[in-house]
Design a protein around this ligand. Structure first.
Ligand code: CUA
Length: 359
C-alpha cells in the first residue's frame, strides 16, 4: 500500500510550478524596481556587463558540472578496483586549466574596466546638471542652471544627458534608480558623479540603497522622464517665485480660477505655516526663505504638483497630507520632522489647502 508523500517529496513535486511562477514574476514588464529592464544608456551598459558575466558564468557552470558528472559516472569506484592511474603534474592538463580560466577572466575584465571608466566621471556635452543631496530621510534636487529646487521627485527631459552631482547633508546614503543607473554612494563633504540619458518617458522609482537609519527603507524618490515640451513647461512653472530666478521677488502662484472661500482658507494656511515655525525647516515659494539654502526639511515650493509626499511613501492627496500633518511620527516613526505642538483639525485643513494650492 502506498503511503502519503513526505513534506520534502511534496515540495519536489510543486517545485517546477514554483520555478515557473518565479520566472513569470521576473518577466513582469512593470516590475517597479528591476535592473533587468534598463531605460537609459548608463543602465544599458551595466545590464550588458551583467549579461556578459552571466554568459561566461553559465559556460563555466556547464563545463565544470559536466566534467564533474562525467567523472562521477565514468570513473565511479567498484569493489576490487585497482588504484587508478595518477595524473599529478600532467603538463597538458595544467596548461589547459590555466589558459581557459585566464581567457574567461579577460573576457569579463575588459568590458568591466571599460564600463568602470565610462561611468565613473561626469558626462560632457549638452547636459543638464542636477545636484542631488541626501538627507535623513529624503532627497533634495537642485538645478543650479535653471534656478529650481525641489524634493523627493525630480524631472528630466527624455533623450538628454543628465549629470548628477551628488552629496549628503548628514551621513552616507546611496542614490539608485534601478532602471537608469547603478547605485552610487552620496557622502558628506564630497561630490560623486553619476549621469544617464533616459530613453523613454514615464515615472520611475528610486531608492536609498545604503542603510542610513531607522527610515532608510522609506527614503525613496520618483524620477519623472518628460517629453522636451512637458519638461519646459515644468521648468517654467517651478521658476515662478523662485528667488534663484528673480532675485528674491516673491510671486505667489495664482493659476487657475479662484474662489473667495478657497482663497481665505489658503491665506489662513499661509499664516499658520509662517506662525507655526514650519519655515524653520521648510523653504517655500512666497515666504522669506524661499529656497536659497539647504534647510533641514524638504523644499515645499510647488509641492501641490508632486505626485507623492513623505519621500515617495504616500500619494499626494488631501487626506494623506492631513494624516501626515496630524502626526508625522505615527506615519513614519523616527522622522526628524517635529511639530511644535499638536495641530488642530482646523489648522490642518488650512495648511492642506495652502500646500495644495502651490502647484
Ligand atoms: Cu539614505 Cu538609506
Amino acid at each position: 500500500m502506498e503511503t502519503s508523500p513526505g513534506p520534502s517529496r511534496r515540495l519536489l513535486r510543486i517545485a517546477p510550478a514554483l520555478c515557473l511562477l518565479l520566472l513569470i514574476a521576473g518577466c513582469a514588464e512593470n516590475y517597479p524596481q528591476t535592473t533587468l529592464l534598463p531605460r537609459g544608456d548608463f543602465g544599458r551598459m551595466v545590464d550588458s556587463l551583467f549579461r556578459t558575466t552571466v554568459f561566461w558564468a553559465a559556460i563555466v557552470f556547464v563545463l565544470v558540472e559536466g566534467a564533474l558528472l562525467f567523472a562521477i559516472f565514468k570513473f565511479r569506484g567498484r569493489p576490487d578496483d585497482p588504484e587508478p592511474r595518477q595524473v599529478h603534474g600532467h603538463t597538458g592538463l595544467e596548461v589547459v586549466w590555466t589558459i581557459i580560466p585566464a581567457f574567461i577572466l579577460v573576457m569579463i575584465a575588459v568590458p568591466t574596466i571599460k564600463t568602470i571608466f565610462r561611468t565613473s566621471d561626469y558626462a560632457s556635452g549638452d547636459v543638464i546638471t542636477v545636484e542631488v543631496i541626501g538627507h535623513q530621510w529624503w532627497w533634495e534636487f537642485r538645478y543650479p542652471d535653471l534656478g529650481i529646487v525641489t524634493a523627493n521627485e525630480f524631472r528630466v527631459p527624455v533623450d538628454r544627458t543628465i549629470n548628477l552631482r551628488m552629496t549628503s547633508a548628514d551621513l552616507i546614503h546611496s542614490f539608485w534608480v534601478p532602471q537608469f543607473a547603478g547605485k552610487r554612494d552620496v557622502l558628506p563633504g564630497r561630490h560623486n558623479p553619476l549621469w544617464f540619458k533616459a530613453e523613454v518617458t514615464g515615472s520611475f522609482n528610486g531608492q536609498c540603497a545604503e542603510f542610513c537609519g531607522v527610515q532608510h527603507a522609506r527614503m525613496s524618490f520618483v524620477l519623472h522622464v518628460d517629453s522636451a515640451a512637458a519638461f519646459e513647461a515644468w521648468v517654467a512653472n517651478e521658476r515662478v517665485g523662485s528667488p534663484l530666478v528673480n532675485s528674491g521677488r516673491v510671486v505667489r502662484d495664482t493659476t487657475g480660477p479662484r474662489d473667495a472661500a478657497a482663497d481665505s482658507l489658503e491665506r489662513a494656511g499661509q499664516a499658520a505655516f509662517t506662525a507655526g515655525g514650519c519655515l524653520g525647516c521648510h523653504a517655500m515659494v512666497g515666504t522669506p526663505l524661499a529656497g536659497t539654502t539647504s534647510l533641514k526639511g524638504p523644499n515645499l515650493s510647488h509641492v501641490g504638483s508632486r505626485t507623492t509626499i513623505v519621500a515617495g511613501m504616500l500619494q499626494n492627496t488631501p487626506d494623506n497630507l492631513a494624516r501626515w500633518l496630524s502626526n508625522p511620527d505615527s506615519v513614519k516613526p523616527g522622522v526628524l520632522m517635529i511639530l511644535p505642538r499638536k495641530l488642530t483639525s482646523g489648522e490642518i485643513a488650512t495648511l492642506v489647502a495652502y500646500l495644495r494650492s502651490h502647484r
